[in-house]
Design a protein around this ligand. Structure first.
Ligand code: ZN
Length: 154
């Protein structure tokens, strides 16, 4: 199959999300599925990309008790009340904003997750496994967030 001879489609959109707490796994699979449908792409891929350093994208299972485990795991590995140089506003001078919040824990938790996930599309369907769902993962606090979704294919 030679791609250059085919009519490539590209849909790009932004999901705007605000979680209720942090850490929180927010299932965005249905929203991505809807964008795949709108794109008309039958064979290709979906890229789901968080525009943030303290909010991630991760594929995992949507089982409520497991979500509690994963949220607790992140909090255990990098607790909010831990000590972080990033939170020392008396020393820190770089990337300081007016309403800067201490969020060193959220950056460190993000190291374990991803900024993006890519999912293959075949016959117009996301090729997720039986238990795979796409999550937006808030790690900092409830904030307005943007997730860019690109659907590319034929
Ligand atoms: Zn920060």
């Amino acid at each position: 199959m030679v791609l250059a001879t085919m009519n490539v489609k590209l849909l790009m959109d932004t999901l705007r999300l605000t979680a209720e707490r942090a850490p929180q796994f927010v299932d965005i699979t249905d929203a991505v599925t809807e964008l795949v449908r709108r794109s008309g792409v039958l064979q290709g891929m979906a890229l789901i990309f968080s525009k943030h350093t303290t909010a991630a994208i991760k594929i995992n299972e949507h089982e409520p008790e497991l979500l509690k485990d994963m949220e607790a795991f992140l909090s255990r590995v990098s607790p909010q009340d831990g000590e972080y140089c990033h939170n020392n506003f008396e020393v820190r001078t770089v990337n300081m904003e007016e309403d800067e919040c201490p969020n060193g824990h959220a950056h460190c938790q993000h190291l374990l997750l991803n900024t993006s996930e890519t999912v293959p599309i075949a016959e117009g369907q996301l090729q997720l496994g039986t238990w795979q769902r796409i999550f937006f993962v808030e790690l900092d606090r409830p904030r307005q967030r943007q997730v860019t979704v690109q659907i590319l294919g034929v």
